[in-house]
Design a protein around this ligand. Structure first.
Ligand code: ATP
Length: 217
């Protein structure tokens, strides 16, 4: 579904992403794990068309999206941060909202609340619900666990799994390697802009280097 080949991304002279190649197949949950500053967000921003790779190819469904404007990439079914008003056209307004509330019952209780007064976890749910409104085939998530309590992290990851079971492919970027690897089928390990390891998530969870560097044991 998504195939990134030899991406090199720069911020001025800073070489943030170095010859990165990875792929996400239909139906998978793929995790990109790595420490602060490894380049995880830069990769997502490059795939969604907000940054450009100087080299290589970013292919979505076999089409090179590496030069396409971000809003066209969203139209193709790839969502990171949703843009525009994309909704489920074949459903009523209420059905659209009910679909979102079925995943996020906490939001239903808070429909009138100002978004800025929601808790961190509720804000994460709202951001996910909004991204789902564009009905993406590939949903890219940047650190969904950030700043959340362990119980909320578990809840958010359960929802990601539900969304995946309903047919949405997921590319997940996380510092919380343990959670990410526990729901991913495959994962890539990113270190200072390079992919240094890749494999089945279950194998990486048992990998000595990964355990030492990212799992704290
Ligand atoms: P974090 O988990 O802390 O969000 P990350 O893995 O997502 O980290 P990126 O945000 O992709 O990392 O950053 C990768 C590298 O690029 C870092 O060294 C960062 O300092 C640098 N960088 C990111 N954004 C910019 C920018 N706008 N200008 C210059 N350098 C940047």
């Amino acid at each position: 579904m998504l195939k990134v080949t030899n991406a090199n991304v720069f911020y001025g002279k800073i070489h943030a992403i170095k010859d990165v190649s990875f792929e996400v197949n239909d139906g998978e949950v793929v995790a990109l794990i790595g420490a602060n500053g490894a380049g995880k967000s830069t990769i997502l921003r490059t795939v969604s068309g907000l940054l450009r790779s100087r080299t290589g190819i970013i292919a979505f469904d076999g089409k090179n999206i590496g030069t396409m404007p971000a809003h066209k990439i969203v139209n193709m079914g790839l969502a990171q941060v949703p843009e525009g008003r994309r909704i489920f056209l074949q459903m009523t307004v209420m059905e659209n909202l009910e679909m979102i509330f079925s995943h996020f019952p906490r939001l239903k209780e808070r429909v009138k609340q100002l978004a800025g007064t929601l808790s961190g976890g509720e804000q994460q749910m709202l951001a996910m619900g909004r991204a789902l409104m564009s009905h993406p085939r590939l949903l890219m998530m940047d650190e969904p666990s950030m700043g959340l309590s362990p119980i909320l992290v578990q809840e958010i990851f359960n929802i990601i799994q539900e969304i995946n079971k309903e047919g949405t492919t997921v590319l997940l970027v996380e510092q919380n390697a343990h959670m990410a690897l526990s729901i991913a089928s495959r994962a890539y390990v990113l270190e200072t802009g390079n992919i240094i390891k890749e494999g089945n998530a279950a194998d990486l969870l048992r990998d000595d280097d990964v355990r030492k560097a990212y799992l704290g044991n």
